[in-house]
Design a protein around this ligand. Structure first.
Ligand code: ATP
Ligand code: MG
Length: 571
């Protein structure tokens, strides 16, 4: 199922904003709105995180509230400072600011420990010495109640003593855990005496060796929100099941209670969003790195040529819903096209060059022709493009035997060269051995300078070109979907998801003639290659060889999908 386009729906009507409005009206949180974005620093941010960032920071901004950045760093095994820094960089790049509200769940470890002690003292938590395997087996199923641990009725004193010694490092990993004493027969499996603390003799990237017991995410998350006095704790749907547990902890501890509201995760067609799979792609060398332009990570998208504006606009359009859906990646591409259309200067570049010699153009002559930088933005002005006797055009703009609907260059036919002249193809030069067309001989009409014929005669096509003597030689990287399957969620469990990687997700073209104005192109700059697509200068560029990544083609598949949906009465 594809999410409908929410463009025409004002943001304030979604169920989260509704809820916040109600709370503001009733004065529930004293008129405050305070959200947070809580990443775990165990990977790089992806487009799904952008949805959550735009929602949390966006809601705070709209209601005059605040949004914290909180690193949920309770699991030391995969977390690192490298990820913390990268996450901060990506959020800033997206255009959001957390001011001085940068928090770490690991800074709350002491408080969480005290709360655990409080629950032990209240007879609401106990040290269990079963193995993790036994604990799992004794949990029961949806239809069968769990089995109580033989250690469940340890005295408060014994529990306090053991828990303290766990903290001191007297026991190896797995020897004991701290569990909440709730109800082994609860219909909510999550309430069957969930684990609160585990022993883990692992160094924490931020806390060092201070701790060898670590709280479970479930014991840390709700309380962290409480400590920061978050009003609306927005999280993804899978946490709906955990809500009764968060509520239980907060109620038992008698501390400030935020409102949790769940929304659907973003899933995109032809890609994966799971951190585990993204990490595997990088670690196994299936892509070049976290910033490979094919990755759905924010740094991958950035390198590909995505702008923060396009991503924010995409997030606004998909809105928030309560049901899981699959969003078409064509919508994301559409948002980028829309943004770059307004801001990207137009240039001429040829991806698959075919040499053209204009026989009646004086040898050695060069004209500087005026070209418009961006028809969507008159303030972008014009530039000069050199024209001379030998040019390159796109190979696919010529056909020796054109079919009916092909209006571009063919033997005997006349077309317009963008910003230049009409040319007519008079002869075709072929490779004697292979028969391949290697050069076109043409004539030009000097009276058509600028692109119009004074006698009013028309041509059916305008094509782009680059002067051979003036061209820069560029490397151009074309990208396509990372996966061949539309919904990667459909890949069977017992099959390797790697089998669905698109072997043609990247195509590298070398020696592409591009106009000389691109000599000054800076990494990160955007251009529209006329008639081809939007491109972004890659950091691999050198003074001799600029490198361009194709961000998107000009073909707007999203507009097409919308049209089809309207025609079928869908949207
Ligand atoms: P993990 O499995 O490691 O928990 P995660 O994708 O949930 O992975 P977090 O760092 O915990 O990663 O995510 C931070 C925040 O971003 C969370 O609040 C999470 O709900 C939200 N988030 C993550 N993925 C998506 C997604 N695809 N769509 C919307 N929000 C997401
Ligand atoms: Mg998470």
């Amino acid at each position: 199922m594809t999410e409908p386009d929410m463009r025409d729906k004002p943001a304030s009507t979604d169920f989260i904003r509704q809820r916040i409005l109600e709370d503001l009206k009733s004065g529930r949180f004293g008129g405050r709105v305070h959200t947070r974005f809580p990443p775990e620093p165990n990977g790089y941010l992806h487009i799904g995180h952008a949805k959550s960032i735009c929602l949390n920071f966006g809601v705070a901004e709209e209601f005059g509230g605040l949004c914290n950045l909180r690193f949920d760093d309770t699991d030391p095994t995969k977390e690192s400072r490298e990820f913390v820094e990268a996450i901060k960089e990506d959020i800033r790049w997206l255009g959001f600011d957390w001011g001085d509200r940068e928090y770490y769940a690991s800074d709350y470890f002491e408080q969480l420990y005290e709360w655990a002690v409080q629950l032990i003292k209240a007879g609401k938590a106990y040290v269990d010495s079963q193995s993790l395997e036994e604990i799992r087996q004794n949990r029961g199923t949806i239809t069968e109640p769990g089995k109580e641990s033989p250690y469940r009725n340890r005295s408060v004193e014994e529990n306090l003593d053991l828990f303290e010694r766990m903290r001191k490092g007297e026991f190896p990993d797995g020897a004991h855990v701290l569990r909440a004493k709730i109800d082994m027969a609860s219909k909510h499996l999550i309430l069957r005496d969930p684990i609160m603390y585990r022993i883990r003799h692992v160094r924490h990237y931020r806390q060092g060796d201070k701790w060898c017991i670590y709280p479970m995410y479930d014991f840390a998350h709700g309380q962290s929100d409480s400590i920061e006095r978050i009003t609306h704790s927005l999280c993804t749907l899978e946490f709906e099941n955990n809500r009764p547990l968060y509520d239980w902890y907060l109620d038992q501890l008698g501390i400030y209670h935020p409102q949790q509201i769940e929304f659907a995760r973003l899933n995109l067609t032809y890609t994966v969003m799971s951190k585990r799979r993204l990490a595997a792609l990088v670690e196994e060398g299936l892509v070049d790195g976290w910033d490979d332009p094919r990755m759905p990570t924010l740094r991958g998208l950035r390198r590909r040529g995505y702008t923060p504006e396009a991503i924010r606009n995409f997030c606004a359009r998909i809105g928030v819903t309560k049901y899981d859906a699959l969003t078409d990646i064509a919508l994301l591409e559409h948002c980028l096209r829309e943004d770059l259309n307004k801001r990207a200067p137009r240039v001429m570049a040829v991806l698959h060059p075919l040499r053209v010699v204009i026989e009646n153009y004086p040898e050695g002559q060069v004209e500087e022709l005026e070209a418009i930088n961006n028809p969507e933005d008159p303030s972008a002005g014009t530039r000069k493009v050199p024209f001379s006797r030998v040019l390159y055009i796109e190979r696919e703009d010529f056909m020796e035997e054109p079919p009916k609907k092909f209006y571009r260059l063919a033997p005997g036919r006349e077309v317009r060269l963008r910003y230049a002249y009409f040319i007519r193809c008079t002869d075709v030069v072929k490779d004697a051995r292979t028969g391949e067309v290697v050069e076109l001989r043409c004539t030009y009409d000097p009276a058509t300078r600028g692109g119009d014929a004074p006698d009013g005669r028309k041509v059916k096509a305008t094509i782009h070109w680059v002067s051979a003597a003036h061209a820069l030689s560029a490397e151009v990287r074309l990208y396509d979907h990372l996966f061949t399957i539309r919904d990667t969620g459909d890949i069977p469990e017992d099959e390797d998801w790697r089998n669905y990687l698109n072997p043609n997700s990247r195509q590298i073209l070398k020696n592409c003639p591009v106009e000389p104005s691109l000599r000054a192109a800076k990494p990160g700059a955007h251009y529209q290659f006329e008639r081809i697509g939007y491109f972004c200068v890659d950091p691999d560029s050198t003074a001799e060889t600029p490198v361009f990544n194709r961000a998107v083609t000009l073909r707007d598949t999203w507009a097409k999908i919308q049209k089809q949906m309207q025609a079928s009465g869908g949207a």
